[in-house]
Design a protein around this ligand. Structure first.
Ligand SMILES: C[S@@+](CC[C@H](N)C(=O)[O-])C[C@H]1O[C@@H](n2cnc3c(N)ncnc32)[C@H](O)[C@@H]1O
Length: 320
């Protein structure tokens, strides 16, 4: 595994990483500080450069939404149906009237989000499912790998009890805009600093665009029963992602079900060729340790917003 903190990417051995190489991290503000010092020393004056970022665009869900109470109630009834059908084959116990309450709460939580630009993260549809499922699971510990602006940390913070502990990992926190009091922030890959995991009810959200197979094996080794895998794409839709978390859980299932025998498999994404090395994906028994795996449904007909990604819930078999 190699990290590129500057590009916020992790490079793995399972695919050709679009033939890109990690760049050396350049700390731009440190560079400008040093340049200022040198100019001051040798020329006797300083140049000040101010970089102004364009204001990020608000997500569609904050500027277009239903207002009538009866329409919102009907929408929530349909979301409840989707959640119940999603969980049908899982071992999770829930109560419909509680889900109704969670959805009412979610409307308020979403409207108060400190992050309103969701281009490279969860959107409304992933958020409403994730929030409700977290409420149903009611974890004691949540591990999050891939924080970015902090929208998912905000959701975890809002959906969990006050004494829930959150461990948030990222290789670069420069875009983070939300700080949770429940969270410990860790600036490295989880394999470099393993959280103090005890015999508790743990949920993990893997949204770091690195091998989901390695994350699944990690979860099984550390008794993490409930796992959300964002961008869990199959060989059918992998080309839609600019940096997919190869191999995803859906791809491992494809490899088993389709009995793929070639050594490599390629695709084109934004005119770049991706190649996955199937010969390195033989030891995939980890998927036999899964009790439940399902991707979130498309919710556009109900919410009016397109899904931002393909997120899934994986429940491991209990091995304690
Ligand atoms: C898609 S963003 C996360 C979005 C966030 N979960 C949301 O929806 O609001 C992916 C993040 O993963 C981080 N990342 C990349 N490699 C990582 C690694 N090995 N461990 C943890 N985070 C990593 C990137 O720096 C980036 O901030």
């Amino acid at each position: 595994m190699k990290f590129d903190q500057y590009k916020k990417k992790t490079y793995t051995r399972y695919w050709n990483n679009f033939s890109e190489q990690p760049k050396k991290f350049i700390n731009t503000s440190l560079f400008f500080k040093k340049l200022k010092k040198v100019l001051n020393k040798f020329l006797g004056f300083t140049i000040s450069v101010r970089i102004k970022k364009n204001k990020p665009q608000k997500d569609e869900a904050y500027i277009s939404y239903p207002v009538e109470q009866n329409i919102k109630k009907h929408r929530n009834t349909l979301i409840i149906k989707e959640i119940c059908s999603f969980l049908e084959l899982s071992n999770l116990k829930y109560n419909r009237s509680n889900i109704e309450k969670y959805l009412d709460e979610f409307d308020y939580v979403f409207s108060q989000s400190p992050i309103k630009e969701h281009e490279s993260g969860f959107g409304y549809n992933e958020a409403v499912f994730f929030y409700t499922l977290l409420k149903i699971i009611n974890p004691e510990i949540v591990i999050e790998s891939g924080v970015m602006k902090g929208f998912t940390t905000y959701l975890i913070d809002a959906a969990t009890d006050d004494d829930c502990k959150i461990y948030s990992y990222d290789i670069n926190f420069e875009n983070n805009m939300f700080n949770s009091k429940k969270a410990t922030y860790i600036n490295t890959d989880i394999t470099n600093k393993i959280p103090p995991i005890t015999n508790k009810k743990i949920v993990a959200l893997w949204d770091d665009h690195t091998s989901q197979m390695d994350r699944l094996k990690f979860s099984q080794k550390h008794n993490i029963q409930y796992n959300f895998f964002d961008d869990d794409l199959s060989f059918l839709n992998i080309h839609s992602d600019g940096w997919p978390p190869i191999p995803t859980i859906s791809m491992l299932k494809d490899i088993k079900n389709m009995k793929l025998s070639s050594e490599t498999l390629s695709w084109i994404s934004r005119n770049r060729e991706g190649i996955v090395y199937l010969k390195d994906l033989i030891e995939i028994d980890c998927i036999d340790q899964i009790h439940f795996h399902k991707v979130f449904p498309q919710l556009f007909p109900i919410t009016g917003y397109s899904n931002h990604s393909q997120c899934s819930l994986v429940i491991n078999k209990i091995f304690r």
